[in-house]
Design a protein around this ligand. Sequence first.
Ligand code: G16
Length: 558
Amino acid sequence: DPGGEQRAALLVAASLFPVPDGVHFSYGTAGFRAEGSTMAPAVCRAGIVAALRSVKLGGAAVGMVITASHNPVDDNGVKIVDADGGMMSRAWEPFSDALANAPTPDALLQLVLQFAKDEGITLGEGHSAQVFLARDTRPTGEYLLDVATKGINAIVDSVALDMGILTTPQLHWMVRNKNRGLKSSEVDYFTQITESFRHLLELIPDDKGSDKPIEKLIVDGANGIGGLKLEEIKPKLASLDIVVRNSGKEGEGILNERCGADFVQKEKVHPAGFGPNDVGVRCASFDGDADRLVYFRIASPSSTMIDLVDGDKILSLFVLFIREQLDIVNEKDSEDNKVLPTRFGVVQTAYANGASTEFLKNLGLKVVFTSTGVKYLHKKALEYDIGIYFEANGHGTVLFTDEFVSRLESLTSEFSSKAAGSTQHEAALRLLATTQLINQAVGDALSGMLLVEAILQHKGWSLQNWSDLYTDLPSKQLKVKVKDRTSIVTTDAERKVFQPSGLQELIDREVGNYSQGRCFVRPSGTEDVVRVYAEASTVEAADSLAKSVAQLVERILG
Ligand code: G16
């Protein structure tokens, strides 16, 4: 028995934010999300979950970010960060779901007591728990952060630490570093990414055009937190000529409204605030909480259309660079006696453009597929020495095992005493800087953008060179509003519909009418819609395939 104080604290928290009749919260692709003003019950209870998670993990720091990421400004939500810096363990999702919907304070108390018992968590025994909190720039953020704190405090002896207004990946990074006994403040984050970026530039071979004039980069900050943070570190990025638009400053525009990575990637038109004067310039776009990154270029002054360089191409660029450096370090070694381990894993989802998968397979790489959601891709990527994952929407990162990094560390110091300045030494240093630059906890637009920029400079590449790696198959995404999106159940990493029965056969029949046709449908886990994705050999064909399948979904689901 946890004792009266603990019981009372839980009952009070539950009664502060009761779940209104008819409301149901569900833990989606990345936590709970809905209109901000309705989110308090879910956020308070997520606070209880986060504190319990910290108790379960012996007092390790756990995180919560108040954000609805790419969704409209009036929405809000919560992402829970596990002690390793990744998304909360999926094993805890059913409990989080049940707790968010507990109808009465007593039901909530019983759920917590039962779950604590099942998980072997001893409550009310002078344990400690700490939860790092952050929020993005949404108007309901401050209020919901306060609500989250009340939830955390409902677990006696828990400490809620407000880290301020941050990008989602910054908080993930802080939690991971804190639990590894590493420096974990925001200043440390900025120092790490700007220093490792500078280091990568210093390692560019002299013949790679480092004397070329610096080309302008325009960044669409989605009027969110990412643009503000980028402005903060801009002075430390002297080797880049960055202009931030939709920066999130007063008067620049509304969060995610006709701007941001989600808009740019799905609509394939330039964001608000961009126009004919920007034709041909290299541009990047973040989403509202800066965990997604895409690049683009406005093709012509008379059109809003863009050439999109999406998450798949970012992945491809990273793969090429890392493999090139690995090959240099491993050059003199036999196949089965590599200096560095080379088990390389590439993880994509059904949204990956077919041309990207083809390109990666032609490089001899094994490409594996998971369902949508970083929580799935990240877990899969951890199975490799170097695991690289990206969603087409620009959410992804590169993960290196601890063994790989420590091998790299000893190798670089070995080289600096025996072969300082050799090509092998420099390639090893580049890899080491890459492990420090790219966020090891979650996809991160800021650090991802710096790695892209460093690689483009390293290769002496323009956006065109990069875009030319392969040509995307034309694709189209649509949203369909239906009565109950959960009546669609998918299988095979969301590439096939399992229920309602018969729908997949109808989709297959449609797809059969198109050359290079591919199409799938799935319920979104962040919005109340069914998503339709189609690919085909021409733009018109992709549009028409998406449209006919959307109509099928509408007809069958109502
Ligand atoms: C979240 C997840 C992403 C996912 C996206 C869309 O992104 O973190 O992994 O791709 O939702 O999910 P769905 O298609 O289920 O709506 P974000 O940037 O909104 O947090």
